[in-house]
Design a protein around this ligand. Structure first.
Ligand SMILES: Cc1cc2nc3c(=O)[nH]c(=O)nc-3n(C[C@H](O)[C@H](O)[C@H](O)COP(=O)(O)OP(=O)(O)OC[C@H]3O[C@@H](n4cnc5c(N)ncnc54)[C@H](O)[C@@H]3O)c2cc1C
Length: 480
């Protein structure tokens, strides 16, 4: 599958020949996923993906999938400290400050993966372009998909940050306003108002993500919503008191992955969904059943066809939950994972078209341009080709498309296809999906044995349009 991330900048080609160590010994090397930032370390391998510790990059099969985002080996490059700065000349800061006086350049709203990807793509395309990134959070760089497998991977919350925001900003040569909320956009004056002042822009990029939806039965302080490192850290503190009863509402990608991960930590999980099976929107029924079978060794109880009607404080602590069918139970913690929607306020103040049904800013799928030609959007806040795609893989391609549209430099053929590789990181049974999952098509089993489940999705003419692979882990579910 072409993810677009393969077209590395000049000089970034993968040299996978064994590298002699400085001391003449045989060292292990690290390779970074250009789509999501996952680092493959030859020393630890990827046991869940069938690669034992010590597996050299050169020996990884071509169809191996990134354990975080699902792209293939071709989308990795060697970890080098200079990866993102090589396009910034040492003279650039002077040129930039001189240019900023006349040109307000680009303002990026959001310091998540999308914000930083577009900052880096713009810098690679134009070494002197003034770029300002405004972020409501610290904007530290971290791979968000790790949040739902941190326990399986034995990663403490404090170790999840990969690069502090100030270091990222220095590396990209941009101005950073961290812990600053953008409140409003003036599309005529070309300004944004933030909690740290008003900024001018020539081009504006929305990368402000989306927020978890909260079903009507819940008050905001009753349920965790895990969509950033800050909320995840707090959840881990609350769970550190020892094994607890946890209700997870929503058995989609994030709810299912968190159920798997928290169960590995000894918590008893009730995983509840309106649908009759987990991951019903992504998986065929056979694959959902395989996942349920794999979970039978973990303390996870799936409750399908269920809706929460009310939540009350329990007299002895925790929450009493009542379902629509009258069942009640008490839990210590509730996590809601029932989907995301972007805040529409910035888009509406900017006067750009917002899709209420998808919960995102409407963009052209080739350029990521909104209905205002000077305003762009990418990542979780964007709706491209009529659909929100809240996955990490297309963000690199989207960022490069925006950089090409703004600077006129670089590939502009990175159409954002709806075919995003998906890796479901349930370590009891990791599942990879590739190809077209929307529109008409029928799944059929292609193989089902000790080495796992293989399925293909075919269209009316019998052509294969998607594949699914669910392989039991090579070692224990905790190994990763
Ligand atoms: C637990 C979990 C597991 C996941 N696993 C996977 C996976 O396995 N595979 C996959 O493909 N995807 C996965 N995802 C989804 C993926 O991580 C997201 O699609 C991606 O990180 C979105 O990046 P983003 O930059 O668009 O949004 P965010 O990461 O949400 O960043 C938004 C940024 O905007 C800032 N912001 C918001 N409002 C404002 C404002 N008004 N002013 C200024 N700044 C603002 C925020 O502070 C933040 O910095 C997972 C997500 C979660 C939560």
């Amino acid at each position: 599958m072409n993810t677009g991330a393969r077209d590395a900048p000049a000089g970034a080609g993968i040299d996978d020949r064994p590298q002699p160590a400085a001391d003449g010994g045989d060292t292990f090397r690290q390779f970074i996923c250009r789509a999501c930032g996952y680092v493959y370390d030859e020393a630890t391998g990827d046991p869940d993906g069938g690669l034992p510790p010590g597996t050299r990059y050169a020996d990884i099969p071509d169809d191996w999938a990134c354990p975080l985002c699902g792209v293939t080996k071709a989308d990795f490059e060697p970890v080098q400290p200079t990866t993102a700065v090589r396009t910034v000349s040492t003279a650039a800061p002077v040129a930039r400050s001189d240019r900023r006086r006349h040109d307000p350049g680009v303002v990026i709203v959001g310091g998540g993966h999308a914000g930083w990807q577009v900052a880096q793509a713009l810098r690679a395309a134009d070494p002197a372009l003034p770029i300002t990134l405004v972020s409501a959070c610290s904007a530290d760089g971290y791979p968000k998909p790790v949040l739902s497998v941190a326990i399986a991977r034995a990663i403490e919350p404090d170790a999840i940050v990969r690069e502090p925001a100030a270091e990222l900003a220095r590396r990209c040569g941009i101005r950073l306003l961290a812990d600053a909320h953008v409140i409003r956009v003036d599309p005529v004056a070309h300004t944004v108002r933030s909690t740290r002042g008003t900024l001018r822009w020539r081009r504006l990029v929305f990368a402000h993500g989306a927020k978890p939806r909260l079903p009507a039965a819940f008050a905001p302080n009753q349920a965790w919503r895990i969509n950033d490192l800050v909320s995840y850290r707090r959840l881990r503190v609350a769970l550190a008191r020892g094994p607890q009863q946890v209700l997870i509402v929503g058995a989609g990608l994030i709810g299912s992955e968190l159920a798997n991960d928290l169960a590995l930590d000894g918590h008893s999980i009730r995983l509840l969904d309106l649908a009759s099976r987990p991951l019903a929107a992504l998986l065929p029924a056979v694959a959902s059943q395989h996942l349920l079978d794999a979970w039978s060794s973990l303390p996870i109880r799936f409750i399908g066809d269920a809706e929460v009607m009310s939540v009350d404080s329990a007299p002895a602590g925790g929450h009493t939950v009542r379902l629509a069918d009258g069942r009640t139970f008490t839990v210590d913690q509730i996590i809601v994972a029932t989907g995301l929607a972007a805040d529409d306020r910035l888009a509406r103040s900017a006067g750009v078209v917002f899709d209420d049904r998808q919960g995102g800013i409407v963009v052209d799928a080739r350029t990521m341009r909104t209905s205002d030609r000077d305003v762009f959007a990418l990542g979780d806040c964007a709706v491209a080709g009529g659909r929100a795609s809240r996955f990490i893989e297309p963000i690199t391609r989207q960022a490069r498309a925006i950089a090409a549209a703004i600077t006129g430099n670089g590939a502009d053929d990175d159409t954002v296809t709806p075919e995003v590789p998906i890796r479901i990181k349930t370590t009891a049974l990791p599942i990879s999906l590739h190809g077209r999952l929307d529109g008409d098509g029928n799944w059929r089993v292609d193989g089902d044995g000790a080495d796992g489940l293989r399925m293909v999705r075919v269209d009316h003419d019998g052509a294969i349009i998607a594949t699914l692979e669910a392989r039991p882990p090579a070692t224990s579910a905790r190994a990763a």
